[in-house]
Design a protein. Structure first.
Length: 323
């Protein structure tokens, strides 16, 4: 006879950093406070290295290097390596050289301030300089950014930070850890029984409330990461234009995609987020691209139609949900 094991208890904390919602969940409630302090410290370091909105960040300092190779901290070097790797893996659909394009559409400050700004913008097609023009030398810890190229790590930094924090906390605390930064979710350590139950939804909202509108799904995650990219959450209007934060590197303008949201599960949150963002940029046929990569994904069209790729869990019936 096998005894049924009681589900491992979890404890959660939620706050804001990096301009987004931070959610930490651990399988040992006694370790929540200490893990939360470590997480806050690590995210502060990421912000100081990678923020596009802080004039004193390491990333901002690269704007004044005039094309000269400069030594950067190991933290920023790692963040840049992840961004360049994502660009290569997505054939440039995710490109860190879109910084100037983001500024041009008005996303040049923390998003809470973007919507309050009523300055007009002038939209014109301008291809991003291209990630291949940025050189990172891991051996010397130096990076070379051409004159006039401004970097933006928004498409990769939060997901990478979630991966990094989840691994560090699991190793330090010896328990299961979930770190979510604005919905970019990474897990590490021993998961709860049945895995981490994560709700994927089209309309941003509290995790403890069932969405009143928009479709949603719940998936169990035991390792790796899960990310959702969409054009609906960070939107603003400026000078008669409806704008959002997903920029197409080919045009320098907000992407026009048939998909409202794309959710992807992968070995890391950084990989999941790069793929979900690239799927929005690729548009039609993105589900075939994700299938070829072997990535479980859920794509939601603007009319609400849901398309999934192999590996994404089938929707549960009402009877299964009740059970």
């Amino acid at each position: 006879m096998t005894a049924a094991l009681a589900p491992r208890p979890t404890a959660a904390a939620e706050w804001r950093a990096l301009g987004t919602t931070v959610r930490l969940v651990v399988t040992d409630p006694a370790l929540l406070d200490s893990c939360n302090l470590l997480l806050a410290r690590q995210l502060a370091e990421v912000d100081a290295a990678c923020s596009r909105f802080r004039t004193d960040s390491e990333l901002a300092a690269l704007d004044t290097t005039h094309g000269r190779p400069v030594r950067v901290s190991p933290l920023l070097a790692e963040a840049l390596a992840v961004a360049l790797r994502a660009a290569g893996a997505t054939d440039g659909a995710v490109d860190p050289t879109v910084g100037s394009a983001m500024d041009a559409i008005g996303y040049d400050r923390d998003f809470t301030l973007v919507r309050e700004d009523d300055r007009p913008v002038s939209l014109r097609v301008r291809r991003a300089p291209g990630w291949r023009k940025v050189t990172l030398d891991p051996a010397t810890g130096t990076v070379t950014v051409p004159e006039g190229v401004r970097l933006d790590l928004g498409a990769t930094a939060k997901a990478w930070a979630a991966d990094r924090a989840a691994r560090m906390l699991a190793d330090t605390a010896g328990c299961g850890v979930l770190v979510s930064l604005g919905g970019d979710t990474a897990v590490a350590g021993e998961p709860p029984a049945g895995g981490w139950q994560i709700r994927v939804q089209d309309i941003t909202g509290p995790v403890d409330e069932t969405p009143a509108q928009g479709s949603y799904d719940t998936v169990g995650l035991r390792s790796g990461g899960l990310a959702t990219s969409g054009t609906g959450a960070r939107r603003w209007r400026r000078g008669g234009y409806d704008l959002h934060h997903i920029v197409d590197p080919r045009t320098g303008l907000p992407v026009r995609s048939p998909w409202r949201t794309v959710s992807v599960a992968a070995a890391t949150c950084a990989d999941a987020n790069a793929a979900s963002t690239a799927a929005l940029v690729r548009g039609t046929g993105a589900e075939r691209w994700l299938t070829r990569l072997g990535l479980p994904a859920r794509l939601v069209a603007h009319n609400g139609t849901v398309v999934t790729t192999p590996g994404w869990p089938a929707p549960r019936t009402a009877l299964e949900a009740a059970a």
